[in-house]
Ligand binder design. Structure first.
Ligand code: ADP
Ligand code: MG
Length: 239
């Protein structure tokens, strides 16, 4: 597990304006933080900088107190949870979940143990030998999470992982994601543009607008004490 600190982190794409402006966020060890805001406000850019998939233009990113701005993604010990359609259709659930461990040349016995442990947490034990095509949407999404869990990362990053699911399934998966995060206690940064997810999933919510942090706080606190009209409108309006 890890504490993640974004210290005045900014991003300017070579050909564009400032996408993220001096963002300050401290994510406590084990905390579940939701980054929310309308399309284009800089959520993915922020997440990708934490993952190391985008360079940081200015400011500092620290994991457990160490500056990691220059660290390669694979050396940050952080796992991205992708949408379920990123599964390999020709591989079994077991091998989909084992994939990152195979890449890291982990031995067979450890792979088996890690995959079965993750399957237990994700309620996928009976489905390990199936192909993704023979699973429900919710099961597929859990396999995508399993791929992140097997690595025992310091933190999870999720970029709108439920956005391609229908409303009913999205509701079920919200419950699963929150249960799994609590059970594992892994520091999580979760991006969404969905107000319901923002208000129900995390410990704290960061509201972003045009690359600027508007407010950070527990969902109920933001609801009761919005810092400005934008936060009030965004948090208050039903999705
Ligand atoms: P969100 O995830 O909140 O929808 P993004 O982080 O994707 O927002 O984008 C933030 C801003 O940065 C937008 O104005 C977007 O057009 C711009 N942007 C995103 N990616 C790139 C890129 N690779 N090159 C140039 N501009 C980009
Ligand atoms: Mg995005």
């Amino acid at each position: 597990m890890a504490e993640i600190v974004l210290d005045k982190v900014s991003k300017k794409y070579p050909d564009g304006a400032l996408a993220v402006s001096e963002v300050d966020i401290t994510i406590a060890d084990g905390e579940f933080i939701i980054l929310v805001g309308p399309s284009g406000c800089g959520k993915s850019t922020t997440l990708n900088m934490v993952a190391g998939l985008e360079d940081i233009s200015s400011g500092e990113l620290r994991i457990d107190g160490d500056r990691v701005n220059e660290k390669a993604p694979k050396d940050r010990d952080i796992a991205m949870v992708f949408q379920s359609y990123a599964l390999y259709p020709h591989l079994s659930v077991r091998e989909n979940m084992a994939f990152p461990l195979r890449l890291a040349k982990v031995d067979d016995a450890t792979v088996k143990a890690k995959v079965e442990e993750a399957a237990e947490i994700l309620d996928l034990t009976g489905h390990l030998d199936r192909r993704p095509a023979n699973l429900s949407g919710g099961q597929r999404q859990r396999v995508a999470m399993g791929r992140a869990i097997v690595r025992n990362p310091k933190a999870f990053l999720m970029d709108e992982p439920l956005s391609n699911l229908d409303a009913k399934l999205r509701g079920q998966m919200r419950t699963s994601v929150s249960k799994i995060q609590k059970q594992l206690g892994t520091t999580t940064l979760y991006v969404t543009h969905d107000q319901t997810e923002a208000m129900t999933l995390g410990d704290r919510v960061v509201v972003l607008r045009g690359g600027y942090v508007q407010q950070i706080g527990a969902p109920q606190f933001l609801y009761d004490n919005p810092a400005n009209l934008f936060v009030a409108g965004f948090i208050g309006s039903p999705s």
